[in-house]
Design a protein. Sequence first.
Length: 170
Amino acid sequence: MKRSILTILLAGICAGVAATAVGAPRGVDQGIRSEQARGAEAIMAILAQKERGLVRREATLEAREADLRTAENELNARLEEIKEVRADIQKMLVELDEDQKKRVTTLVKMMESIRDKQAAAILNQTEDAVALEVLMRMNVAKAGKAMAKMDAGRAAFFADKLGAPPLGAK
């Protein structure tokens, strides 16, 4: 497209120069004709130089487009890798959650099988989240007896947590 416009422009300039040279009176000095020819040659040289510049610019743009396509492909490949890693991590988290639930279930069974005073002593020293989870899953009567034997402040803390609304509810 750019070349065809440039070619049309060159043809028009050449036609104009030729018409001027042909239409010149016979008695006009040959110096004018040669001057017109030099002018036409200079214009042709400038236009050829412009065309070379446009060709170089077009090649540069094409190279940049190719680089961008390559970078885009690399980014898409990396994105797919990240999605796969994310899926793997989510799968591992689900497995960890299942393992955690099994361990808590086992711990609940142990706490229900021991005496209230022993359960209270163990739950007093256990991390809050674990102790709360165990108390929530324990038989209500056994959990109540264990809380009754706990330190009053710790038992009050667990009572607040057990009575709190679920997340998001107000």
